[in-house]
Design a protein around this ligand. Structure first.
Ligand SMILES: Nc1nc2c(ncn2[C@@H]2O[C@H](COP(=O)(O)OP(=O)(O)O)[C@@H](O)[C@H]2O)c(=O)[nH]1
Ligand SMILES: [Mg+2]
Length: 438
């Protein structure tokens, strides 16, 4: 996500960390680079200048006792970036009605499916309602998505009266905990759109009205978010398509500047590509500190919590764990994404990242042909054992070797995460320790 912004900020943090002395001239240079990095991410110039001004003030004061200059600068940078990118928002897990609003193509309908999955995973039943009466395919798109994530759907293909659809939906889906209403988009926030949404809003009386803003708007998101907030009681913002643009930092900063509460971000088209937004975690990730809580939250959503726990408790991670849980890891949004989230820049080999379902099945056959000892302690598997396992399972020797090598690499990766690294970012104190030159 946002690789350019990430690389720029990491390079800055690294320069601070590796400097022998943080002279004023170097600090000015760093501030200049920060300006460039933020402007390139399409953060509005006035927001950038305000941030630099505050940062400059902070780094010119003497650090408090016990805190080094570098730590002070890094903390100030971290604080200011968090401040730039928004406040923390709490999303309540309880029955509610949610109305999604936004312009055409902003990602409302896909967000509806993502939110459906989000609440469903948290044991709340969900109904999706199509109140988009302007787009021909809207009904079918949402219905299909509802099917895909296995939640209830209500819509009226022929109707042009969104308020009436909403009324009927609340009746038909009254046994669902969370009702999510997808609304019509427009190319611009015109009076026609405002009138329709206001009518819909008055009828639904939603607990949450989420404005959907695509990240590729960059700093232009500020105008759009303010305009919507003036016309409607927006409670939250979701920033979509963060995977698809370099302007995401600008869009987040722009929304935050309007005082909007950014609650969700999306990083792909699939129902799982949704994250609760926390600027603290987000900035920690950009700066290169593993965002362990988000990772664990993701892992918990799948049935792979044991893997995380095992890694955390430094218990043995067996070949069986590897195979059983790899599938769950994949569901957690892709291994590459998880590693990105860990922020460690660990690169797994392609054969591990692109592990196919088919292959995993054959690996399971191979596992079935192993002895208890081999499963628990794969180190004992030598060439003759590989030959025997291949014969017993019908899986080629080469593939068994590949499996063992993939297992070893993942195990090595998990080891690298232990124990010092996994305990990171539990508060800023730890952040400092991490940044202290070794
Ligand atoms: N890459 C990417 N594409 C997205 C994301 N969210 C939505 N899209 C795509 O953006 C397009 C418009 O989304 P849609 O939900 O139909 O927008 P709507 O008109 O507001 O309902 C679709 O092609 C989506 O697949 C995202 O987070 N990342
Ligand atoms: Mg739509």
């Amino acid at each position: 996500m946002l690789p350019k912004l990430r690389d720029g900020l990491r390079a800055l943090a690294e320069r601070i960390r590796s400097a022998v002395v943080l002279k004023d001239s170097l600090l000015e240079e760093i501030l200049r680079d920060l300006r460039k990095t933020l402007l390139e991410a399409d953060v509005a110039p006035d927001l950038v200048e305000q941030l630099l001004e505050r940062l400059r003030k902070q780094v010119r004061t003497k650090p408090p006792p016990g805190v080094g200059k570098k730590e002070q600068v890094i903390k100030a940078l971290y604080d200011e970036l968090v401040n730039l990118l928004g406040g923390e928002v709490e999303i309540e897990l309880r029955p509610k009605r949610v109305l999604l609003v936004g312009l055409f193509g902003s990602g409302k309908t896909t967000l509806a499916a993502k939110l459906a999955r989000f609440y469903q995973k948290r044991n709340l039943s969900v109904g999706l309602v199509c109140c988009d009466v302007t787009r021909e395919a809207a009904y079918d798109q949402l219905k299909q998505l509802a099917n895909q994530v296995s939640v209830a759907f209500y819509g009226e293909r022929e109707s042009r009266d969104s308020a009436s659809i909403a009324r009927n939906a609340m009746e038909k889906l009254r046994n669902k905990d969370v009702l999510i209403f997808d609304s019509s988009g427009r190319n611009a926030l015109d009076s026609e759109m405002i009138t329709e949404i206001k009518r819909l809003h008055a009828l639904i009386r939603p607990d949450e009205t989420i404005l959907v803003i695509p990240a590729d708007l960059g700093q232009a998101a500020r105008e759009q978010a303010s305009a919507f907030a003036k016309a409607l009681p927006i409670t939250h913002v979701a920033v979509t398509k963060l995977d698809a643009t370099a302007k995401g930092g600008g869009a987040l900063a722009a929304c935050a500047a309007t005082g909007a509460k950014i609650a969700f971000i999306t990083t792909g088209e699939k129902p799982d590509d949704l994250e609760l937004y926390s600027p603290k975690h987000f900035v920690a990730r950009l700066l290169g500190f593993p965002d362990l809580e988000t990772l664990l939250a993701k892992l918990k959503e799948t049935r792979a919590p044991e893997l995380a726990e095992k890694a955390l408790k430094e218990e043995e991670f067996t070949l069986e764990d590897f195979i059983d849980q790899f599938q769950e890891l994949r569901k957690a949004g892709g291994i590459a994404k998880l590693l990105d989230m860990l922020g460690l820049g660990i690169k797994l080999p392609v054969e591990v990242l692109e592990l196919q379902e088919e292959k995993l099945k054959r690996w399971k056959y191979a596992l079935d042909s192993m002895t208890e000892e081999e499963r628990k302690n794969p180190e004992v598997i030598n060439a003759s054992r590989i030959r025997r396992i291949a014969k017993g399972s019908g899986v080629s020797e080469a593939e068994i070797r590949e499996m063992l090598s993939a297992y070893r690499q993942v195990k090595r990766m998990l080891k690298m995460l232990k124990p010092g690294k996994l305990r990171m970012v539990r508060g800023l104190g730890d952040l400092f320790k991490l940044l202290r030159p070794k």
